[in-house]
Design a protein around this ligand. Sequence first.
Ligand SMILES: NC(=O)c1ccc[n+]([C@@H]2O[C@H](COP(=O)([O-])OP(=O)(O)OC[C@H]3O[C@@H](n4cnc5c(N)ncnc54)[C@H](OP(=O)(O)O)[C@@H]3O)[C@@H](O)[C@H]2O)c1
Length: 293
Amino acid sequence: MRVFVTGASGFIGSAIVQELIAAGHQVLGLARSEASAQTLAQAGAEALRGSLEDADSLKQGASATDGVIHTAFIHDFSNYTAAAATDKAAIEAIGAVLAGTQRPFVITGGILGLQPRHELTDEDDAAPDFPRASESAGIALASQGVKAAVIRLPPSVHDQNDHGFVPALINIAREKGVSAYIGDGSNRWPAVHRLDAAQLFRLALEQGAAGSRFNAIGDEGIPTREIAEVIGQQLNLPIVSIPTEKAAEHFGWIGRFFALNGPASAVKTKARLGWQPAHIGLLEDMQQNYFRS
Ligand SMILES: NC(=O)c1ccc[n+]([C@@H]2O[C@H](COP(=O)([O-])OP(=O)(O)OC[C@H]3O[C@@H](n4cnc5c(N)ncnc54)[C@H](OP(=O)(O)O)[C@@H]3O)[C@@H](O)[C@H]2O)c1
């Protein structure tokens, strides 16, 4: 299959490109700079110059390929509402090209923010728009003749060179001189290894039924206290509890995410796609790879 990938130069997108090419697919990656285009060429992919804000470039990529994987996102947490609106518009622009074609369109969503109805959030629990509406915008396309499926990523997609939430927590601990968790730290974060997530994107592209939600879950739920403990042990810092009302002051923007509880399961995803995460878990990855100087 020839696949259009947005965010192809990113942390997760680059692993998806590798995974697709290794499985015999061809990749056309969206590149908003010459540097990103070169990264794609080195990975064996073709580049399409454009951006999330340029709907014509997205439509061009979708028209020229047999399926689309959308991972690009503007990670500006100071203007998250605008970033979410750009994401939704991008999904709709691609969806308009794919409508009626039954071509696969795999969209990146998130798992955190769901209130689990059971002990673990499963694939049948719909995600709220918070305000990122990737999941609902993607699922809406299933009724328009698009084989649209959503991969719901946990808050930590981990591997070497991670620049997501966990490195941000490590930086905060370094700055503050303590490694903190919120309250009793029993709220749980799920996680997945980047390479396992990349494999799931490929399987969803190849086999995902229209309207499917797939949970990319390796670790079902790590108490946030244990994440703080690894950080404190590795940096040789005191490990402390911060009261909920002080979380924003201590952690800044990440406080509201670190306070969330989102344990989740991938039982249905594994059964439906034959996906078996095989890489190390978050705490082990942190111990091995996150504190090298
Ligand atoms: N990493 C995690 O732990 C994690 C957890 C949950 C969800 N997610 C989600 O997973 C997806 C991929 O995350 P990631 O960690 O791989 O992100 P990343 O490393 O920051 O990469 C973002 C990608 O999006 C591209 N991009 C950003 N703004 C763009 C724009 N305006 N137009 C076109 N392309 C643009 C970037 O292109 P350049 O290379 O040109 O900058 C890059 O390829 C995102 O939707 C993210 O929210 C990630």
